[in-house]
Design a protein around this ligand. Structure first.
Ligand SMILES: Cc1cc2nc3c(=O)[nH]c(=O)nc-3n(C[C@H](O)[C@H](O)[C@H](O)COP(=O)(O)OP(=O)(O)OC[C@H]3O[C@@H](n4cnc5c(N)ncnc54)[C@H](O)[C@@H]3O)c2cc1C
Length: 470
């Protein structure tokens, strides 16, 4: 039967498209139903790729602003950023990558069915918008992802009160921008638009920026943001936002209980994302849900046999990282299990978190506070990038690498870094945790000179109280 598949995946984000490719590699006949005009989901179209493209522009602009230091003579006059060129280049990168997934689908003989899907019964997928048809599926993987979410009292109008979906597409840098939320999305846009010339105020409800990171990292970022002219209001709650033709005005309750009114051109709401399940028909099938997320077991089975779920749309009973690389690994594991391979659950303590603000943040494992909470006898070592020759050459001397270790067995429990190339350097730390590495093993690992990675080696020496260059 033409419409009968071993696996039908709903959603072609980084979870769904990777699951589809892995299932096809293992000999399954696979279809993916995707309602957007392009493949790749949030990450490629509105998330990781466009934001990092904008951040690369911001970095290029920073280098040119410091042209004199680099010995480059620019013609007299004010340096300016051409947002049309920025957007054009970003769009070209996005299109190239989404087309790349189309190519991979063809290569792996995966059918892309363009439309919106629902599940009328286990083993059936109905495409009710777009290329309408009914599919038989031995196994269904739901990978419908997430979408921006606001907080009570703040109505997103997509003009003055916007989400990241609009913030990636601005053709003019706003004169002033308020950002609600200082998670990865909030601080990345703060870095982008501050560099492009906007007056940026970032407001965070919790007492510090990037609250999931180690406290030392939060403090370093706040210090750097201050130097760059980004205003951080922590412990502050936005209670009201009013949009007008001219801009937006917000009321914010500061930690001392006072109410402050702040006006700006735009308010970016970056307070998190919620699951996309509307219209799938999961409740009618009896699929167990929790706060709107699909409940799965550690191998991504829902409560209904034959239906799995992965990525931003799931919960394993606690907070689940909404990250592209997490969704992809979940997709691989789900596909391999469906194909009959033996698979192991993910250790979510080993998921790297990368935040591409300026300075960058890369972290994996337990923060110092979390390690203490779990009862470890903790010792730490910290090494500043500023001491490294490589960092001085690059003119990127902010930040540090901090290692959190267990005193008893010398095991590395967490590595937290803020500073140049941290989003790349964290890869070594992820492997260290995966291999249950000791600090001594990290010390004996030779780090090439002159590199940024020497900061990881030196931080491990520092845990044993013996950093060489400090
Ligand atoms: C601004 C921003 C920056 C980010 N940066 C990073 C980053 O740097 N690194 C990182 O790891 N993560 C980043 N993320 C998070 C990352 O994008 C997500 O974690 C990831 O995309 C989740 O993948 P997913 O496959 O679960 O869902 P999604 O990517 O959301 O894909 C779901 C897909 O399902 C489709 N769909 C939904 N319902 C249906 C239906 N009924 N029928 C057919 N199709 C349907 C949607 O159209 C969509 O294409 C960022 C997110 C944002 C918003």
């Amino acid at each position: 039967m033409a419409n009968a598949y071993d696996v039908v995946v709903i959603g072609a984000g980084t979870g769904g498209y990777v699951a589809a490719i892995r299932a096809a590699q293992l000999g399954k006949k696979v279809a993916v139903v995707e309602k957007q005009k392009a493949l790749g989901g949030t990450c490629l179209i509105w998330g990781c790729i466009p934001t990092k493209a904008l951040l690369e522009h911001a970095h290029a602009f920073k280098v040119m602003q410091n042209a004199k230091e680099w010995g480059v003579t620019l013609p007299a006059g004010n340096l300016a950023i051409d947002m049309n060129q920025v957007q054009g280049r970003k769009d070209k990168i996005v299109t190239g990558l989404t087309k790349g997934i189309e190519y991979l689908f063809k290569k792996n003989k995966i059918d892309w069915i363009k439309g919106t899907a629902r599940i009328p019964a286990p083993g059936k997928v109905e495409v009710f918008e777009g290329d309408q048809q009914s599919l038989d599926a031995k196994e269904i993987i739901v990978a419908t992802g997430s979408s921006p979410r606001s907080v009570p009292g703040i109505d997103i109008d997509h003009q003055r009160i916007i989400t990241s979906d609009e913030a990636i597409a601005l053709t003019e840098a706003p004169k002033s921008l308020i950002i609600m939320g200082s998670g990865a999305v909030g601080v990345e846009f703060a870095s982008i638009y501050r560099r492009f010339g906007s007056e940026v105020t970032i407001i965070e409800l919790l007492p510090r920026l990037v609250p999931v990171e180690d406290e030392a990292v939060s403090a370093e970022l706040e210090k750097s943001f201050k130097k760059q002219g980004i205003k951080s209001l922590t412990g502050t709650k936005v209670t009201k936002a009013t949009a007008s033709a001219k801009g937006v005005s917000i009321e914010a309750q500061t930690p001392d209980g006072k109410t402050q009114t702040i006006s700006a051109d735009l308010l970016l709401v970056a307070t998190g994302r919620g699951p996309v399940t509307t219209g799938l028909g999961l409740e009618q099938l009896g699929v167990a849900m929790e706060r709107g997320y699909i409940k799965v077991d550690p191998l991504f089975r829902t409560s209904v046999p034959g239906i799995s779920a992965i990525g931003d749309v799931i919960t394993l009973g606690g907070p689940h990282p909404q990250l592209a690389h997490v969704s992809s690994m979940e997709g691989i594991i789900a596909a391999e299990r469906i194909a009959g391979q033996e698979v192991q659950p993910i250790n979510y303590d080993h998921v790297p978190g990368c935040t591409y603000c300026d300075p960058e943040i890369g972290s994996v494992g337990l923060t110092e506070a979390e390690a203490k909470k779990r009862g470890f006898e903790v010792r730490t070592g910290q090494f500043p990038f500023g001491v490294l020759g490589r960092a001085k050459m690059a003119g990127e001397t902010e930040g540090f690498v901090k290692i959190v270790a267990d005193t008893k067995y010398d095991e590395v429990l967490g590595v937290h870094m803020i500073g140049p190339r941290s989003t790349e350097l964290v890869a070594e730390a992820v492997l260290a945790l995966r291999l249950e590495c000791t600090v001594e093993e990290l010390i004996r690992t030779i780090h090439a000179h002159p590199t940024f990675s020497e900061a990881v080696g030196e931080a491990s020496h520092a845990v044993h109280g013996a950093a060489i260059h400090m």
